[in-house]
Design a protein around this ligand. Structure first.
Ligand code: FES
Ligand code: MG
Length: 569
């Protein structure tokens, strides 16, 4: 075995060796234990993060595996981010979590690490950290909740949360019923069980080769997740032994595999930001064009909400991520190394799709293209995204007049105003919810349908913002407009009544205002007052990159990428 970092701590014959051994033995470990490789178990349990409520138990199973394979498991915490609570948005803290994880891994005698993640921002933060630190690492996702069930219907968090909330708001569901639905929606520990951001990122960890095959889809309370935890504990020892490093695994080709799996799954738009950020840590600049090309050439196969019918439990029964990867094997780079110590090809050797209702065949896909399209045009010079699999038929080609909300507060105060001059052809525009403007690019791109239109039966409209949407959202939502309004992007100068044209076919979004007029408006534009004048918020505001650049902090990119901003990956 190669020289391990823990050996520097525990084999040191000098003063510090004495201190390290003595203080470690005070926790009950013996000299025998101190000869073993140290495996850090990054346990992001938190009672403030519902999706990680079972992590203490899961960590015990990882430890079991580590002990069996001859390692010394040591659990450590980092911050933990649960979507429902963190305000103003968990995205504001993703980079903080990535920094926390990175620095914990660097500062301690850890030879390898198992990263327990689940809720949306956690696995991205952990993969960003693993990419930067580059010590042996495996991601163990916490797994999705069991399917929600209400009155014989399978319901999914949070795709159906929006629908029930809308019907409640429209007066079609009573207060008592909505309380029952709350009880029936989230029936167990685990993260959201649709193909939202959490499921997308767990699938990405697997597609990259950073999780054991089959890990992503096992429901959190299923005993097989505990088996997976133990297996992960055993496997990290092999990864340490063979010194297979995150950068041997997360190559450019592996990132492309992950993009294709995301497209075939109808995965979350948030995957773009996170994958760009992960690639950035590896010294690669992933362009929107790369995503678009891969989206156009990858069929959409996975029939899961929010783009399809089923939930993660059925995905698991259908074979999970390995089965999906098997189906798109001709598109993947099958030589990529993974944490199994084997290439993708080997991992997929005996895999098959077990339920065609859930995973369609490559030849008979649900859609010819991936779930997400990159949109361009004068409103989004650096691109924008749309989940095309969730676009309403009647809005695929659309022209309408803008109704502009300058901020989230502005929108909240006026959206349901009966006087608002809006009809179903209007285009709802929300500004200043980008990385700097939000701050932290909150998931508010699913602009609510005005109540008076809801009552008329309108359920979708063309909605545009520089914010994000939850991976569980649906509807005709153009998001991630880049550059954002608060950074002087053209979105900043859109006014009420301006005509907007959208074509999904052409992947274009245009503000139909003369260029001269746009320039004039821009010269009169003033940047909004920054949200923070101190602390982490100030650091965020000053250093956060735009959505198309992954929203990492500029100083967290490797120097070579900062010096060559145009290097393509
Ligand atoms: Fe954690 Fe949905 S709240 S994944
Ligand atoms: Mg989410």
């Amino acid at each position: 075995m190669s020289k391990l970092k823990s050996e520097d701590y525990f084999n040191d014959p000098g003063f510090w060796g004495f201190i390290h051994r003595s203080f470690t033995k005070s926790m009950g470990y013996t000299d025998h234990d101190l000869k073993k490789p140290v495996i850090g178990i990054c346990n992001t349990f938190s009672e403030l993060n519902k999706c990680h409520s079972h992590f203490n138990e899961l960590a015990e199973y990882v430890k079991r595996g580590v002990w069996q394979a001859g390692g010394l498991p040591m659990e450590f915490p980092t911050i933990s981010l649960g979507e429902p609570y963190v305000k103003p948005t968990s995205m504001l803290l993703r980079n903080l979590m990535a920094m926390d994880t990175e620095e914990m891994m660097k500062a301690h005698p850890i030879d390898g690490v198992v990263l327990l993640g689940g809720c949306d921002k956690t696995i991205p933060a952990q993969l960003m950290a693993a990419a930067s630190v580059n010590i042996p690492a495996i991601v163990l996702a916490g797994g999705p909740m069991l399917n929600g069930k209400y009155k014989g219907e399978e319901i999914g968090a949070c795709t159906d949360c929006y629908r029930f909330n809308l019907e409640h708001k429209a007066g079609n569901i009573s207060d008592t019923e909505i309380s029952e639905i709350e009880n029936s929606m989230c029936r167990s520990e685990g993260h959201c069980m649709v193909m939202g951001t959490a499921s997308t990122m767990a699938s990405i960890a697997e597609a990259l080769g950073m999780s054991l095959p089959g890990c992503a889809a096992i429901p959190a309370p299923d005993i097989r997740r505990k088996h997976m935890a133990e297996k992960t504990g055993i496997q990290i020892m092999e990864v340490v032994d063979k010194q297979i490093l995150p950068r041997d695994i997360m190559t450019e080709k592996a990132i492309h595999n992950a993009i294709k799996v995301t497209m075939a799954s109808g995965g979350s738009t948030n995957a773009f930001i996170h994958l760009v950020a992960i690639a950035g840590r590896l010294g690669m600049k992933l362009s929107m064009q790369t995503f678009d090309e891969m989206s156009s050439s990858t069929p959409f196969l996975l029939n899961l909400k929010p783009s399809g019918e089923y939930l993660m439990e059925e995905y698991f029964e259908a074979g999970g991520v390995p089965a999906l990867m098997k189906e798109i094997e001709p598109l993947l780079d099958n030589d990529c190394m993974t944490v199994t110590g084997k290439a993708v090809r080997e991992n997929l050797r005996n895999v098959e799709v077990l339920d065609r209702r859930v995973i369609s065949s490559f030849d008979q896909p649900l859609g010819k293209e991936g779930g997400i399209a990159v949109i361009e045009g004068n409103l989004a010079p650096n691109g924008a995204l749309i989940k095309q699999s969730a676009v309403s038929e009647q809005l695929k080609e659309h022209r309408g007049k803008a109704i502009v909300f300058e901020s989230l507060d502005d929108m909240n105060s006026r959206i349901d105003d009966p006087q608002l001059d809006v009809d179903q052809s209007s285009v709802l525009i929300l500004k200043n919810v980008g990385p700097k403007g939000g701050p932290g690019m909150p998931e508010v791109g699913q602009i609510p349908i005005p109540k008076k239109l809801l009552k008329q039966g309108v359920r979708d409209m063309l909605r545009i913002s520089d914010g994000r949407i939850s991976g569980t959202s649906y509807g005709t939502l153009i998001v991630h407009l880049s550059p954002e309004a608060a950074d002087g992007g053209p979105l900043a100068i859109v006014r009420d009544g301006d005509e907007i044209r959208f074509s999904l076919q052409e992947k274009r979004l245009e503000l139909l205002v003369e260029e001269k007029e746009m320039k004039e408006r821009m010269s009169e534009w003033n940047a909004p007052v920054p949200h923070y004048d101190r602390g982490y918020g100030l650091l965020f505001q000053q250093t956060v990159l735009q959505a198309d650049e992954g929203c990492d902090f500029d100083f967290l990119l490797p120097p070579e990428l900062r010096d060559q901003p145009d290097k393509e990956g």
